[in-house]
Design a protein around this ligand. Structure first.
Ligand SMILES: *Cc1c(COP(=O)(O)O)cnc(C)c1O
Ligand SMILES: [Zn+2]
Length: 384
């Protein structure tokens, strides 16, 4: 099923730092001029011609329903397994929870990879590589398998065995690297084997897949955004993606000027974004080289987009909070007892929510949404 007659309204890709623009028919990683993040731009007037709120009902039940504001990909190259359109449920503690545990590969990394792999295939790339703490690798391996492309995943040796097995099941090559995800990235870049770098925010299209989180929250809540969103932050793609979606939806006339207050939740053991925010700094310092946490997706000591993440938190009048692993495990069990088997990253947002209430940074009157980024089924050893 493809969205009838809908076409991408993409106009190009633009560097978020120097503003230079590039042709979206080219193969790009970061900005060739300054090395910063590249981000897709759209002609929203053109998008509006076919992308009306009322048109969405008849669209495919996946993130590809927002085609006009996704990259241009020939229909044969669209690599989809029905990712997106995940439910929002209310928790006993009050807030809403959007559950991306219910998505191919069991984590929201599928959103980014569905779009990025589709575009890579459309550009004629055949070999794709990524450094990963586990979930991004599995998602790349999965979508590469679906697209008939090769995938190579660089993972820290400590990555749970099940995640290595998952990548291998999809037919990917797994390279295990001593150290953290930064070391895995360095190992990947030291190879000259013709693999295209699919690292977080080092190609323009995973962000486009992740931004559909913002579109879905709006659509599912009748275009009334929550007052507060808590997001478990690693590299920050989801946070930047939602923020981008809100801006696009405003130009589409779908929402007004108000924005949710955005909060980053990180593990006490690896909290570069929280520290930078709390210290009033513009971007995180390199810290936590050995920060281990049960929330492996949050183990990103040096987020490439650190500056952009901190800036969104400030602009939205949100904030940042770090949580101890011990409480994350308690929260994960509590969520499971109400039927939501969340990943520890997602459970961390519930801990963050309680802590922000206690600190008076948010109130119970504010409509809050916690983002659960994956399923606890991938982390069952934590529940034993
Ligand atoms: C990768 C990951 C995150 C962090 O996502 P970013 O986009 O890197 O901030 C959160 N939760 C899970 C389960 C992940 O796999
Ligand atoms: Zn630039």
């Amino acid at each position: 099923m493809s969205p009838a007659t809908a076409r991408s309204a993409i106009t190009g890709i633009r560097c978020v730092s120097c503003g230079r623009t590039y042709d979206h028919h080219g193969k790009f990683n970061t900005c060739p001029a300054c090395g910063s993040i590249l981000s897709c731009t759209y002609d929203t007037e053109k998008a509006k011609e076919t992308l009306a709120q009322s048109a969405l009902e008849r669209r495919v039940k996946s993130l590809w329903r927002y085609t006009e504001v996704l990259p241009e990909v020939r229909p044969d190259n669209v690599t989809s397994l029905g990712e997106g359109c995940t439910p929002i449920v209310r928790l006993a503690a009050g807030p809403l929870l959007k559950d991306d545990g219910l998505i191919p590969t069991g984590t929201f990394k599928a959103r980014g990879m569905s779009v990025a792999v589709s575009k890579a295939k459309d550009l004629g790339l055949a070999k794709l590589a990524v450094p990963s703490a586990g979930n991004a690798g599995a998602a790349l391996a999965c979508y590469a398998a679906r697209a008939g492309l090769s995938a190579k995943i660089y993972m820290p040796v400590e990555t749970p065995r099940s995640m290595v097995a998952e990548c291998q099941a999809y037919g990917a090559d797994v390279v295990q690297v001593k150290g953290n995800i930064g070391d895995a990235g360095a190992a990947m870049r030291s190879q000259r084997d013709g693999y295209f770098d699919m690292s977080t925010l080092k190609e323009p299209y995973r962000l486009e897949g992740k931004k559909t989180m913002g579109y879905e929250i709006a659509e599912e809540l009748g275009f009334e955004l929550p007052d507060v969103i808590l997001y478990p932050t690693g590299g920050g793609t989801g946070l930047l993606g939602m923020w981008k979606a809100f801006d696009e939806m405003e130009t589409l006339g779908w929402i007004g000027k108000e924005r949710p207050r955005m909060f980053s939740v990180q593990s006490e053991n690896c909290a570069p974004v929280v520290d930078a925010f709390s210290a009033g700094k513009e971007e995180p310092d390199p810290a936590y080289p050995d920060g281990r946490t049960v929330a492996v997706g949050l183990r990103v000591p040096r987020p490439f987009a650190g500056k952009q993440i901190v800036s969104v938190l400030r602009e939205s009048k949100g904030g940042a909070v770090k949580v101890p692993d011990s409480e994350v495990l308690v929260a994960a069990r509590a969520l499971a007892r109400e039927g939501v088997l969340a990943c520890p990253e997602g459970a961390a947002t519930l801990v963050g929510y309680q802590s922000l209430l206690d600190r008076g940074e948010i109130t119970r009157d504010e409509r809050a949404l916690l983002y659960n980024t994956g399923t606890g089924l991938k982390y069952l050893e934590l529940f034993q």
